[in-house]
Design a protein. Sequence first.
Length: 133
Amino acid sequence: CGRLADRTNKAVMILFGGLGGAVGLAIFPLATAFWELLALNIFIGACYGLAFPAHTAIGMENAGRLGMATVMSLLMMSHSLGMTVGPLMFGAIADRTNLPSVFYLGGILNICLLWACWRALSPTRDPVVRDST
């Protein structure tokens, strides 16, 4: 997917990967057998695998003065932090509600974050034209 991220619209890759992951997460409670859970995990992993190289490429394009190694380290650190805090936070929510609601909430939050990222990454519809004089 790295070459694909270099050749296509990165925001679209993040959008489709994130939407697929959000839908997979939201339908997790509907799984009734181990094989369905396994298939959903593989699907979610593939979707996030589509989005991750694009978001890393955007980070590298905007590394600027910080340098690529620093930006890559910060991206990996923030990913690890999310992988640690997310389950703890959603576990606490599941203790107070029920388990399926956590997956629905996770899917909804994913879609909200995707919308915010899409707005941030999409070019403006009315670009400002500057005079060269």
